[in-house]
Design a protein around this ligand. Structure first.
Ligand code: NDP
Length: 290
């Protein structure tokens, strides 16, 4: 029996529609969530990403600003801008697009964004809050995956979850979120012994590696939920991408599966918008959900 496809495009569209409705209701009370995206330099992929983020925020009715700075911007200039945005009550989310041009200390600069406006959820204070079960802002890709599981009716409580990949932006926060949702979590990486056997234990298997079609059917327990975070360009094609999961054969074994494209990818920006609204509601002293 082939797996049920988890349609990330639809789930993300539904989430954006909910956020737009919520933003419209808040606007009637004079409250407008604000997102500022900062792009330093001209990296072509970053130009597209930042424009998308700015446009989606504007479409949802947020106050949305893209600040583009030349690659020659000094660290002091950037820190001055961050300080100004930290103090601006109309800005609830500040996102600095990575990578920064050489010569800028990315780790230090990112740490200067106020944690309550850190809508990427990468600030060490938010990482600490996540692992200690406190309210903070959570990285968008794993938070988006939790939203997908929720709306699909999959409760991780008591399940075995295996996450392959231990990056700070996907693997580790994914493990923390699944743990907070009461899954029993195993976090794997390039040194894990007998990875297929570990993965076969999983009721929920999350692949965040960056290796095309690495997760084959023999990694998957029949009926498992398979979440594919990977985005891998297919050599020799213009824009074709595949995930970390060998989709067709795995879909024959799994119970649920996310496709690439159209799975986890669309959730990331939608969740960024949700994080911005969460940050705004907290700044206004409103309860989390409208
Ligand atoms: P990183 O390169 O930072 O991390 C990759 C992880 O995979 C590392 O922990 C690495 O282990 C592990 N790994 C590498 N090779 C193997 C292997 N053979 N077996 C087991 N583990 C292995 O990647 P990211 O977390 O940033 O991204 C992962 C993928 O997700 C990429 O394809 C990226 O493009 C995609 N992505 C997609 C997003 C979306 O919105 N859809 C958002 C973010 C990322 P070790 O630590 O030991 O080196």
């Amino acid at each position: 029996m082939p797996a049920r496809i988890i349609d990330g495009k639809q789930i993300a569209a539904d989430l954006r529609a909910d956020l737009a409705r919520e933003a419209a209701a808040l606007r009637e009370r004079g409250l407008v969530p604000g997102l500022t995206v900062i792009l330093v330099g001209e990296d072509p992929a970053s130009v597209i990403y930042t424009r998308n983020k700015q446009q989606v925020a504007a479409e949802l009715g947020y106050k949305s600003e893209l600040i583009r700075l030349p690659a020659t911007t000094t660290q002091d200039e950037l820190l001055e801008l961050i300080a100004r945005l930290n103090a601006d009550p109309t800005v609830h989310g500040i996102l600095i697009q990575s990578p920064l041009p050489p010569g800028l200390d990315e780790e230090f600069i990112f740490s200067q964004v106020h944690p309550d406006k850190d809508v990427d959820g990468f600030h060490p204070v938010n990482v600490g809050r996540l692992w200690t079960g406190q309210k903070g802002l959570v990285p968008c890709t794993p938070a988006g995956i939790m939203h997908m599981l929720r709306v699909t009716g999959i409760d991780p409580k008591g399940l075995r979850a295996v996450v392959v990949g231990r990056s700070n932006i996907v693997g580790k926060p994914m493990a923390a979120l699944l743990l907070n949702a009461h899954a029993t979590v195993t976090l794997c990486h390039s040194r894990t012994r007998d990875l297929p056997a570990v993965c076969r234990e999983a009721d929920i298997l999350v692949a965040a590696v960056g290796r095309a079609r690495m997760i084959t059917a023999d990694y998957v327990k029949p009926g498992a939920v398979v979440i594919d975070v990977g985005v891998n360009k297919v050599p020799g094609t213009k824009n074709k991408i595949v995930g970390d999961v060998d989709f067709e054969p795995v879909a024959e074994v799994a119970g649920h599966i996310t496709p690439v494209p159209g799975g986890v990818g669309p959730m990331t920006i939608a969740q960024l918008m949700k994080n911005t609204l969460i940050a705004a509601r907290r700044a206004w002293g409103l309860p989390e959900e409208g």
